[in-house]
Design a protein around this ligand. Structure first.
Ligand SMILES: C[S@@+](CC[C@H](N)C(=O)[O-])C[C@H]1O[C@@H](n2cnc3c(N)ncnc32)[C@H](O)[C@@H]1O
Length: 247
C-alpha cells in the first residue's frame, strides 16, 4: 500500500514539474516575459561564442536524455531498477528538469535575422499558437495520461499493470504520422522576430526531431509491425498531403 502511494505521489509530483516546465516553455519560446522572466531572447548578455557553446550543450543534454531514455532497451534495463509503473514518470520528471535548466541557463543571442510587422506578424503569431494547440491536442489523441505517466501510476494504485498502448490513428494522426512534432516545429519557427539565438534553437530542435523520429519509427515498426508499415505508406510523416510532396 505504501509503495503504491509513493508511486502515485511521485507521478503527481513529476506531472506538476512537467506543467511548470510546459508553462515556462510557452513563455520561453514566445518571449512572454510575464510567464518567464528569462526567455529565448531576454536574459543576461554574454559574448556570442560562450552563448553558442552553452546553448548547444544544454540542447545536447536534453537530446541525449530524451532519446536514450525513450529506447525500449534502456526502459527494460531501467525497469529492473525502478518500479515499471514509475518508468514514464521518471522520464517525464528528468525531461522537465533538464528543460527547466535549459530555460534558466539559456544565453540569448538577440541579433535579428528577420523582423516583420502588421498582418505578417499577426499570421506568424497565429501559426505559433496553432502549433501549441496542436501539441496539446496530439497528447490527448495518443493518451495524455499515459504520456505523462499518470495512467501507469493509477493502474499500480489499483494493483494492476497498465495495458500497453494500442496503435492509434485518431484525427490529426490521419493527416500526418507525427502531429505533436509538427506542432513543435510550427511553434519554434513561426515568429515575427527571429534572432540568431532563436534560429539556433529552432534549427537544432528541428534536426533533433528529424533524427529522433527515425528512432521512434524504428521502435513503432518493431512494436506494431506490418500495421505501422502500411500506415507509413499511407500517411505522410510531417507535412499533410495538401501541401504537396510527402515529408
Ligand atoms: C511524445 S509521443 C509523440 C508521438 C508522435 N511522434 C507525434 O509527434 O505525434 C511519443 C510516443 O507516442 C507513441 N506513438 C507514436 N505514434 C503512435 C501511434 N500512432 N499510436 C500509438 N502510439 C504512438 C510512441 O511509441 C511514443 O511512445
Amino acid at each position: 500500500m505504501f509503495v503504491r502511494l509513493l508511486i502515485m505521489f511521485y507521478a503527481i509530483t513529476s506531472y506538476a514539474v512537467f506543467l511548470v516546465s510546459f508553462m515556462w516553455a510557452v513563455g520561453f519560446v514566445g518571449n512572454y516575459n510575464q510567464l518567464a522572466s528569462k526567455s529565448i531572447d531576454v536574459g543576461d548578455p554574454t559574448n556570442v561564442v560562450e552563448a553558442i557553446l552553452v546553448d548547444l550543450l544544454l540542447l545536447a543534454l536534453f537530446a541525449i536524455q530524451h532519446s536514450v531514455m525513450a529506447r525500449p532497451v534502456f526502459k527494460r534495463w531501467w525497469m529492473r531498477i525502478i518500479p515499471a509503473a514509475s518508468e514514464r514518470s521518471t522520464y517525464v520528471l528528468l525531461s522537465s528538469l533538464i528543460l527547466l535548466l535549459l530555460f534558466w541557463q539559456w544565453r540569448p543571442i538577440p541579433s535579428p535575422v528577420w523582423q516583420v510587422e502588421g498582418l505578417a506578424a499577426g499570421v506568424l503569431i497565429g501559426i505559433h499558437w496553432l502549433g501549441w494547440a496542436i501539441v496539446l491536442a496530439s497528447t490527448y489523441m495518443i493518451d495524455h495520461f499515459d504520456l505523462s505517466g499518470l495512467r501507469q501510476a493509477y493502474f499500480a494504485w489499483r494493483g494492476a499493470e497498465a495495458p500497453a498502448q494500442p496503435f492509434k490513428t485518431p484525427l490529426l494522426y490521419r493527416l500526418v504520422r507525427h502531429p505533436l512534432m509538427l506542432g513543435f516545429l510550427l511553434t519554434f519557427w513561426a515568429t515575427p522576430e527571429m534572432t540568431i539565438g532563436h534560429l539556433l534553437f529552432a534549427t537544432m530542435t528541428t534536426a533533433y526531431i528529424l533524427v529522433g523520429l527515425q528512432f521512434e519509427e524504428r521502435d513503432l515498426i518493431a512494436q506494431f509491425g506490418e500495421t505501422y508499415q502500411r500506415y507509413r505508406q499511407r500517411v505522410p510523416m510531417l507535412l499533410p498531403r495538401m501541401f504537396g510532396r510527402r515529408a
